[in-house]
Structure formats: C-alpha cells, structure tokens
Design a protein. Structure first.
Length: 312
C-alpha cells in the first residue's frame, strides 16, 4: 500500500533512502532539507544533495531554519502525512512535528543503539575500534535517538575500513531497510523493541581540535583515528618538508612493525613508517595542502622525508 510520506534529510547519506522510497511508489508529498549554504570558491548558495534529488523528482522542498515556529508546524501538519522519514536531517523535531504524521516519524540511524546516539556515529564507531555497527530504523520520540528500534541490519567493520567506505555501505543498506520498514508499517506489522538502558554512548559532533594525530597513542588507536576521520575532515600531522613545516592529511594507514620515540620516522622505503606510543603505522595514502590524495610511495618521491625526522 502506498503511503503519504514527508521526507526529511540533507546530505549524500540520505539520498539513497529518498530514491528507494520514490522507486517503491510511495507518495512523497514534501521534502524538508537544510537551507542552501555558501560553497565553492565563489561562495555561491548551493542546495543540499537531498534538495537537488527531491527537485529532480518534482517533490516540493521546504528549507526552514527551525521547526519551532507555530506557522511552520501548521504547514507541516497540513501535509496530512501518514509517516515522516528522517535521515540525517540536521534539525531537532519538536513534539508538534513528531506527532503530526498519523503513524509518527521513522528515523534511519547508523549505529547499534543505544551505542553511539548523536551526530557522528560512523566516525565514532571506527575511532573507538568497533568491529561491527548497523543501520537501524527507530520510531522517533523527543529524546536524542532514544526511540524504540523497529528494524536493524548489522554490518562488520573491517580493520582497515574508512569512515567514507562505511558511510557509503550504510547509506545504501539504509535505503533498502527503510522501504522494508514502510512496507511493514503499511501492513500494520512493524514491530518495536525498546532500547536497552545499559551501553548508552554518545557520538559527539567532530571538532577541529581532535583531528590532529596524537602520536603518543598506541598504533591501534592512531590507525583507528586516521580511518575514522577519512576522507573528511581528515586526520593530519605536521612535517618539515623542504625546509618548511607543512600540514599533511593522512587518509589511509596500516599497522607496522617497529618502535621508537612517538612521532619519529622509522622507515622511508615503500611508504613512511611513523612510531607511535607503542608500535608504528605505515602511511598508505596522504594529501598535501592544495594537492590530490597520493600513495605513501608517491609522497616519498616528492618529499625529502628522512629516517629519524619527527612529525607532530
């Protein structure tokens, strides 16, 4: 049975879910997304990926800066939605919005709740060294990601998987999971499981201050930090290259043999190997300022990095 759906989302992560819902024949009566933001060298206003996708389907798009205004809430209520689907929207939903659709609001969340409630579950799971995560459909309530879980699809996190790779995998799986949830909802067969009270952790928004690599950590922690921030915002360190201190992003790494003072270059054979608080990491892919990502080997060909040098 076709449902009247309001879709609420903003970034690339949300687009596959919108496309799946449209593809299944549901009536997406409106799309809510974050307002256009200045972007690019000219700082021209750019619509969000969801905004652009919705317009390509002829779906009306609304971009309020807040949903607290009674007029915005009345406009939302007038859509007479059966359900709202929320995927990385970026605005808090007041009770009036949560209660407006006949069957409430379903949220797609990228973690095994109650672990990693909040803004950056994909990054935080990898940075913590988790070996599995999930996409889950949650029936939203007023608390932050506290609602009962309706459906779940678990995914293994490989030892070298980056946040970007996991993002793309969960985004694709999430679209399929959401249309399955909507099908169950239309039949009156969508179950719910209250979240456990134990094991609650919060995936705080990433800050600029935590992107610099701390070489005093163990090699496992440094490796997890690098892949959890790759490709964006990117973990970085400072190196002396050509007599100048340069900030270099590290996009891929692997665990390596070796010990030494934290931040010391141990080898420069096929890729730089850097000592950590314990163990070492090999820099498999890096990005210098203003340049494209390159392999560790290509980086060494253009950088005068020597054994014994220090990075910070």
């Amino acid at each position: 049975m076709s449902l009247r759906v309001v879709f609420m989302g903003t970034p690339d992560f949300s687009v596959p879910t919108l496309m799946e819902i449209v593809g299944q024949g549901h009536d997406v009566v409106a799309c809510y997304s974050q307002p256009p933001r200045p972007a690019g060298r000219g700082m021209d206003l750019k619509k969000s990926p969801v905004h652009e996708a919705a317009e390509s389907f002829g779906i009306p798009v609304f971009t309020p800066t807040s949903l607290k205004d009674p007029e915005e809430q009345a406009q939302f209520d007038e859509l007479n939605a059966d359900v709202a689907v929320v995927v990385a929207y970026g605005l808090l939903l007041p009770k009036a919005i949560l209660d407006a659709p006949e069957q409430g609001c379903l949220n797609l969340h990228a973690s095994i709740l109650p672990r990693w409630r909040g803004a950056a579950p994909i990054n935080r799971a990898i940075m913590a060294g988790d070996t599995e995560t999930a996409v889950q459909i949650m029936h939203m309530e007023e608390g932050l990601d506290t609602g009962p879980v309706c459906m779940s699809e678990t995914v293994a996190i490989g030892p070298n998987m980056t946040a970007g790779e996991l993002h793309d995998q969960l985004s694709s799986l999430g679209g399929d999971l959401m249309v399955r949830a909507l099908a169950a909802l239309s039949r009156g067969a969508l179950g719910e499981q209250v979240q456990a009270e134990d094991g609650v952790t919060y995936a705080a928004k990433l800050s600029k201050q935590e992107t610099q690599i701390d070489w005093s950590l163990s090699s496992e922690d440094v490796h997890n930090h690098i892949r959890g921030l790759s490709p964006f915002p990117g973990a970085w360190c400072e190196m002396s290259l050509g007599g100048k201190t340069e900030r270099v992003k590290i996009l891929r790494s692997s665990l390596a043999d070796g010990n030494g003072a934290a931040g010391t270059v141990l080898a420069v054979d096929d890729a730089p190997v850097i000592a950590c608080g314990s163990g070492a990491v090999r820099l498999e892919q890096v990005q210098r300022a203003g340049k494209k990502p390159m392999s560790g080997a290509d980086f060494l060909r253009g950088a005068a990095l020597t054994v014994g040098a220090s990075v910070s």
